[in-house]
Design a protein around this ligand. Structure first.
Ligand SMILES: NC(=O)c1ccc[n+]([C@@H]2O[C@H](COP(=O)([O-])OP(=O)(O)OC[C@H]3O[C@@H](n4cnc5c(N)ncnc54)[C@H](O)[C@@H]3O)[C@@H](O)[C@H]2O)c1
Length: 260
């Protein structure tokens, strides 16, 4: 065998939906990453103004993008988001289930959290990804395949809070979807970041805090990532470069998972 190996990292002609794509979050970076790779991007968030702002920024840079307000816990709202994506750009190829509750989730012992709160967090962090996945699959089948990427967390390994429980459940959804949708050439994978310096992440683990210090000492590498440091993994899981990867969780965490 001779000659170089050509790897296709392009999303030219593809349509991607990113949930939780308001400014200052990882979703914004994901939307920018997919747009830069050539996709038309639907920026979706419960903060409709924020989604519109990120989409307008992409359009101003010459990309194809729209902002959509969505509440991922509401099946009708989710169907409307997917329908809007398909009518704007002709279909759906990629779904990034990134929207979630994190900073506002009860951080203490789970038996001490309010049951209404428990159900709401499950609704957003797990059921929302389920509803969005269910909604896009018929469109992906029409296109002959697709990619689903679920944003889980190092906090799921092992879970010690309600947040961690939802993120481990999302891993279960990922592997189940991978098995069910493989025959339709739809892959399902998850990204498990460690600590990410989004606006929300910085608020949770502020500079100079004892928690930040402790994390820094036990990770294999510096564990705090800029959102951009997740971009390469997202591209691997959404472009032809990764078309044979399914049912996997990729830890992008500077070795946080290796902590003793
Ligand atoms: N920041 C970190 O350290 C970190 C680490 C691991 C995993 N994560 C995960 O990455 C993702 C993004 O986190 P982030 O740091 O950007 O936080 P973030 O709070 O900025 O992002 C979450 C987004 O989801 C949106 N959202 C919330 N409820 C919604 C609903 N019902 N419908 C639609 N949109 C809704 C919010 O408006 C927000 O824009 C989340 O899934 C989070 O759990 C973050």
């Amino acid at each position: 065998m001779s000659g170089g190996v050509s790897v296709d990292w392009s999303l030219d002609g593809k349509v991607a939906i990113v949930t939780g794509a308001a400014p200052g979050g990882i979703g914004e970076t994901y939307a920018r990453t997919l747009a830069a790779a050539g996709a038309a991007v639907v920026c979706a968030d419960i903060r409709e103004d924020g989604a519109a702002k990120v989409a307008a920024g992409l359009e101003a840079e010459g990309h194809r993008a729209i902002g959509v307000g969505v509440d991922i816990t509401d099946p009708d709202s989710v169907e409307s988001m997917t329908g809007t994506a398909a009518s704007a750009f002709g279909g759906v190829d990629v779904l990034v289930n990134n929207a979630a509750l994190m900073a506002t989730v009860h951080p203490g012992p789970v038996l001490e959290c309010d049951y209404g709160h428990w159900k709401h967090v499950m609704d957003v962090n797990l059921n929302g990804a389920y509803l969005c996945s269910r909604s896009v699959v018929p469109y992906m089948r029409e296109r002959g395949g697709g990619r689903i990427v679920n944003q889980t967390s190092g906090g799921a390994y092992p879970p010690s809070t309600l947040y961690g429980i939802t993120k481990l459940a999302l891993v279960g959804l990922t592997t189940t979807l991978a098995r069910d949708l493989g025959p339709s050439r739809i892959t399902a994978n998850a990204i498990a970041p460690g600590m990410v310096e989004s606006d929300a992440g910085k608020g949770l683990v502020p500079e100079g805090s004892a928690f930040r210090e402790m994390i820094s000492q036990v990770a294999a590498m510096q564990p705090f990532a800029e959102p951009e440091e997740l971009a390469g993994t997202l591209l691997l899981l959404t472009t032809p470069a990764g078309n044979w990867i399914t049912g996997q969780v990729i830890h992008v965490d500077g070795g946080w998972i290796l902590r003793p």
